[in-house]
Design a protein around this ligand. Sequence first.
Ligand code: FES
Length: 372
Amino acid sequence: MSDLTTTNTGAADGDPGHDATTAGEHAEHAELVLPNGRPAPAPLPHEPRRADIDPKAAKRAERQVSIMFTLAILLFLLFVVAYAAVDKTTVIALPLVGTMSASNLTLGLTFGLAIFLIGAGAIHWAKKLMPDVEVVQMRHDLVSEPQDRAEALEIFDAGAVDSGFGQRRIIRRTLIAAMALFPIPLVVILRDLWVTPPDSPTPSALLKETIWTKGERIVTDGSYQPIRPEDIPVGGLVNVVPASLLEVEETEGNLNARAKASSIIVRMRPEDIRSQQGGTPEEPWDYQGILVFSKICTHVGCPISLYQKRTHQLLCPCHQSTFDLADSAKVVFGPAARPMPQLAVTVDSEGYLVARGDFQSHIGPSFWEQGS
Ligand code: FES
């Protein structure tokens, strides 16, 4: 049922072939009335754009659009060059931002700018060159009759003609070229999965190691405060990181170390712990019921900190994988295939919690070189 109808035109008679008219035609042939019987406000007078009346302006706009698409092409190519040429270990310092990886910065800038220019070019094209006609379309029931589908196709074809996609060859070609190059950066960076520089660890080895080392203090994530066992109540959960994380982030200029080393501490009564991933009865991996696990879900890597203290279960909000932290963090529900890796802990001479080494299994999602 229409909210807005015409009083003296065939446009509202349910004939879809006649219910879309330009505002000018509408103003000539129809008077719109609102459901309360009052006349609808008249449309504002339509001002033609510069490019509509000046062929030189239209040509200029066409050039601007194609320049943006061409710059996008160059930036995609620059992305590939930067990927190959910029040393991945180089770190640069930027005012206000701090240190960051030169490789990440150049890859992000080139790819981001290329995408931006394609978007900006498309908007500029639509605003300056595509038809600037106000169209009034009457509402009608949403049925999908064959006639409607045929009409939609007609409108699509007319839109293709109106957009100038067929006629404006330079825009069409530069846009097609820019879009054709769009997947290249995505494919190029896949190379990192199987090709590594000489003397560099393989991706698999990189994922095996975190910055947790023997004696590394465990500090709260955010405030970086060392933690004593008595700071953690039974049933509590604290997000933690290694004490050296800030320094490593400063040196590496990226968040890789954080992505791998983020962990959680939980505390339960020692008698509630049914099994652990390692240790001996004399030297268990927990410290007085304090257990530390990776925070990165072994399904596809979401960070987890939803903990139910009554059941000792850790729940991943992404796909509901559930781990029993009292029983070696085994998977009790959901798609994850492996337990959450456990970190062995103790206290140092000052009574602060420290790691007893790195994780003994891969953190994060499973992958082909690792098995399940
Ligand atoms: S990422 Fe945790 S269940 Fe999928």
